[in-house]
Ligand binder design. Sequence first.
Ligand code: F6R
Length: 608
Amino acid sequence: MCGIVGYVGKSQAAPVLLDGLAKLEYRGYDSAGMAVYDGNKIAFEKALGRLKVLSEKTHDGETMPGTIGIGHTRWATHGEPSEINSHPHLNESETIAVVHNGIIENYAKLKDKLISRGYSFKSQTDTEVVAHLLDYYYKGDPLEAITKVMHRVEGSYALGIIFAEHPDEIFAVRKDSPLIVGRGKDGNLIASDVPAVLKYTRNVYFIDNGEIAHLTEDAIDFFDVDGQPIEKESKTIEWDAEAASKGGYEYFMEKEIHEQPKTIRDTLSHHVKDGKVNIEGFNMSEDDMRQISRIRIVACGSAYHTGVTAKYIYEGMCRIPVECDLASEFRYRNPILDPNELVVIISQSGETADSKAALIYAKEQGIRTLAIVNVEGSSIARDADIVVLTYAGPEIAVATTKAYSAQLMTHYLLAISFGKALGKVSEEDEAKYIQSMRKLPEQIEMVLNNKERIQRFANRYVTAHDVYFIGRGVDYAISLEASLKLKEISYIHSEAYAAGELKHGTISLIEEGTLVGAVCTQKELLPKSISNIVEVKSRGAFVIAVTTVGNTEVEEVADYVMYIPETDQYFTNSLAIIPLQLFAYYVTLGKGFDVDKPRNLAKSVTVE
Ligand code: F6R
């Protein structure tokens, strides 16, 4: 996954491009580059490493004059991270420059053909094929060349293209990779994602597959894959520019952890009306809900973890059967689908390749799909039968926090709606649930106020080698997330187990000083969880427990206890995740790693 930007307008382009790329660095950060038309020719700069290397090389863009340009931040797929492989890629005469997000699947075949026609290649990338192919087809009309290229290349792409002979124009094309166009006051922009343009405009167009955008300083036109003009409507984005900046925090992850109370308030204000869950927000009637035989949740990573939590909630609260599938496994195991089931796809980005493929697969089988998505206009949001947006705002840190919380909230609200439709949740139950949910933001703030204590503790564990998380029921679901959070950013090996499962093998790994995180918020399961703590303690583990205020018996067995305020049994994950996110954050900070951009990871995984 990579990020692309483009700008044409009154201002100097390079600083605008760098600013946009900084918002997209979550999409890839192994190298970056820019191409601008400087009045005479296309000038370009590339740099290996983080964006700041490119910024330094160009003195924050100052050394690159010109008011039109394209930029790229890369996460290598074809060809190692290197200056030569970084974008933009140009034709041999350096009159056409291209930035690309996606994968050109038939690039090897096209490359052979182009070589046989005398073209030579500098990089190992699939993208360079596009630059040469454009050169091959370009006879003075960029649109004609672009449509010809679109008919020849297979795979996924969002492309930003400039031509030296058309120095006031940017072209952008999309197929299966996200692309938006922003209409600004002092110029127009293209980008892979909305945060990159928020500083300049909230008026955006979501480009669809097979569409071409043509931008000049004061006009934006659209064409289909055959070069025929089409009309598109713009949308006003609710997110504000501040949401995509660090706002005084050291890292986006820290900021996003602190934004969770707001996320919950925003979710409630969108879905609760007059003290009741507004079923209209889910685009399903109670009758529709009653006809659903089973809910099948399909997602990846943390989004999948919210699905694991949700399974306990839908089944417990509504008595409706739920299956949870990893999106990467789902369609390859020939699943037995019921025509009346509802496939729920969960995705922050709305662009995750496996989740997207699972959605398409379910639709092809004639199954109704509902997507819980954070990014409006994303592929999954566009393809699902029913879309429920989450209200986390832009999430920039690679490790998800607030989008995770927003997904949990959406499940709670959906579960209440299903429960009401199925006669399992009474009006009194609903009122009680809503009251509990309304307290969550303040309760999260209480946990956040204790962060220094968590930081002090985390600092003692920066050298840990292995950390195990255990829990039962929804506490197992949160253990999965706590473990992922810790390992993905701190690189400490970590695993999560259903607490009762540990003794079936893994307990042999517990030795003197091994850190075990025990989540035990569920009152009914507390005696069992305490037994599991004792089991690991007696093998030498050092146990940190997360439990609800009042469960003082946990202090007798655990070495260190983090308390969360009391809430409904179904909603504890919204609180228990906070100290665990903070723990992962502070351990990583203590290790001196870049919290927002862990190695080898990108924010949305657009390859299978
Ligand atoms: C972990 C994380 C990932 C994502 C997963 C799915 O912190 O963010 O595990 O949850 O890659 O991404 P989306 O939700 O964009 O489909």
